[in-house]
Design a protein around this ligand. Structure first.
Ligand SMILES: [Mg+2]
Length: 333
């Protein structure tokens, strides 16, 4: 049965029945004209929105419906994590091709709600619309943060250290592996980073709460872009130590086998959804956060500089220009 066979009202009813019970914060939940939420006492509201579009952000050949739902929420949780906000609620707008199977829509919603439940996020409402174009999953999320404990892109100071969570390059290599029909057993870590990324929610919140960072951004558009964004907002340059970069091992192997420079591929590759921070040099608060957040792999990769025009990757004792970041309106290679 397809979306158009069932009709929008009946589909909405089926989807509402699948949503987990909302938290106590939700006074009027999904199914009414709008949701009513109780704000978290003494905290500030943090909101963001992001859409994933078939053919631009994913292809149905490589993504199961549950992966699409997972990723649509994860990319938003990552933006809240970069602000050090704890996620609380989500709005889901589904723009569905009329011929899409209802069971796929249900799986998509299940993929999203499985992730939502893990972070205590209530789906408080949304919308479904039919389209003659590609599938679009548009998600808005809200969360909260204690007063003045949020992180922005603009707080980095020259001399601060550059730290990143996790590994980089995996999601981009994962996309290449999925798109290359001739590839042998692809690396499961890279594939997972591309299809079902994990937002660094606990780490972002802990870094803000513990005042361990002065600035943060998530690496949705790659490390080079993240460095440039914080640099521009903070008025800093940056020096990256290529030998310190935590490139995902499967990605490095993939690029080496294809004669691609793994350093530059990892620096420019997007969608890793790791966090990038400016950390004051003494770093005592960072050590405290790392002790208290379970297993946050973090790596110091460089230093913020005084001159905003100095953006360099230091490699074998030589300076190379930091490549440009990923550009959304450019065609992908
Ligand atoms: Mg972001």
């Amino acid at each position: 049965m397809t979306v158009s066979d069932l009709g929008e009202h009946a589909l909405l009813g089926r989807l509402l029945a699948r949503l987990p019970r909302p938290s106590a914060q939700v006074l009027v939940g999904p199914g009414d004209d709008a949701a009513v939420l109780a704000p978290v006492r003494n905290e500030r509201l943090v909101v963001t929105t992001d859409a994933v579009v078939e053919g631009v952000h994913f292809s149905r050949a490589h993504f199961a419906p549950a992966d699409i739902g997972h990723k649509a929420l994860a990319v938003n949780l990552s933006d809240l994590a970069a602000m050090a906000a704890t996620p609380q609620w989500a709005l889901l707008s589904l723009v569905l091709p009329a011929g899409w199977p209802v069971s796929d829509v249900e799986e998509l919603v299940d993929g999203l709600t499985t992730l939502a439940v893990r972070y205590g996020v209530s789906v408080v409402g949304g919308n479904i619309t039919r389209t003659t174009g590609p599938l679009v999953v548009d998600v808005t999320v809200g969360g909260s943060v204690a007063s003045r404990k949020w992180l922005t892109r603009s707080g980095a100071v020259a001399g601060d250290e550059i730290w990143i969570s996790g590994t980089i390059g995996g999601a981009r290599a994962g996309l290449e592996m999925l798109s290359d029909p001739g590839s042998r057993i692809p690396d499961p870590v890279c594939i997972a980073k591309q299809r079902t990324p994990e937002a660094r929610v606990r780490l972002g919140v802990a870094m803000g709460r513990g005042r361990a960072a002065r600035a943060a951004i998530d690496l949705s558009d790659g490390l080079a872009d993240g460095i440039r964004q914080i640099g521009a907002a903070s008025g800093c340059g940056a020096r990256i130590d290529a030998s310190a970069l935590p490139t995902e091992p499967g990605a490095a192997a993939w690029w080496q086998a294809r004669g691609v420079d793994p350093v530059m591929a990892a620096v420019t590759g997007g969608e890793d959804y790791e966090l990038l921070f400016a950390v004051p040099k003494k770093g005592g608060r960072l050590r405290h956060v790392r002790r208290h957040v379970a297993n946050p792999v973090m790596t110091r990769i460089g230093v913020w500089l005084k001159d905003p025009s100095e953006l360099v990757v230091e490699r074998d004792g030589r300076d190379e220009a930091l490549p440009p970041g990923y550009e959304h309106f450019e065609n992908r290679p």
